[in-house]
Design a protein around this ligand. Structure first.
Ligand code: APR
Length: 228
């Protein structure tokens, strides 16, 4: 039985109007990672971190899935074998398209209490005064994995990579580990590997094949080739 494991990154949501991180003018050109995407930055200035994520949460809540998200949802529904979707994205667009996804970097829609660990649905406008419904502390943070923190579901992901027959990386620059290492884990499992991206990446040489172009064109074409 064929098993496809797909890893998606910010490039998948670019054509839904959501900025990527490392492209020209991307999020990391506008904000310092250490200020808005680390536990230290949150401890130093929680109001700045909340402003950064509230702006992204509001933008993501208004964004619509694009043809690439829709094609992946179609693949999950129609493919004869298993399709596992792992995403680095926190924007919720896979779910809006009808997909189930493993969110290894968390979600903008989630809130986490930095004090007691309670999780709940984030208010659209989360601020340092947002209280945890469980312990009532004003220690709410976005349930998003920051640099220096361990991504979620890593054991489950390792199991999927160990028995997949095809691995695809879509719209990710391959600059951030552990996600950037998934192609090697898949190859060690004997899987075929393919990269779909607007342009070649530093990891392109590790993939057996590539489809170069905007996700809204190359992902539907790739899915059509799989569904026959
Ligand atoms: N279609 C396909 N690919 C695209 C498109 C598009 N329309 N637009 C951009 N891309 C590609 C770029 O070529 C690049 O390879 O998407 C990738 C975006 O790379 P990054 O901005 O680095 O985003 P990503 O790979 O998802 O970052 C991984 O790093 O900052 C952390 O936690 C953050 O989850 C993020 C992780």
């Amino acid at each position: 039985m064929d098993k496809i494991v797909i890893l998606t990154g910010a490039g998948l949501s670019a054509e839904s109007g959501l900025g990527t991180f490392r492209d020209e003018g991307g999020l990391w050109a506008q904000h310092r990672i250490e200020d808005v995407a680390t536990p230290e930055g949150y401890a130093r200035d929680p109001a700045l971190v909340h402003r950064f994520y509230t702006a992204r949460r509001i933008q993501a809540s208004e964004a619509r899935p694009n043809a690439a998200h829709d094609a992946l949802a179609r693949l999950q529904r129609a493919f004869g074998g298993e399709v596992v979707l792992i995403t680095q994205n926190v924007d919720g667009l896979h779910e809006k398209a009808g997909s189930e996804a493993i969110h290894m970097h968390g979600t903008l829609a989630g809130a986490l209490c930095a004090a007691c660990g309670h999780r709940w649905t984030a208010p659209l406008d989360m601020t340092p005064d947002t209280a945890c419904p469980a312990c009532h502390g004003t220690t709410a943070r976005p349930d998003v994995v920051w640099f220096g923190e361990m991504p979620y579901f890593m054991e489950e992901i390792a199991d999927h990579l160990a028995d997949c027959t095809l691995f695809a990386a879509i719209g990710t620059s391959g600059q951030v580990y552990p996600a950037a290492g998934f192609v090697q884990e898949a190859r060690q499992a004997g899987a075929q590997t393919i990269e779909l991206n607007l342009e070649p990446t530093d990891l392109s040489r590790l993939f057996h094949s590539r489809r170069i172009g905007p996700a809204t064109r190359v992902v539907p074409e790739w899915v059509a080739s799989l569904l026959g």
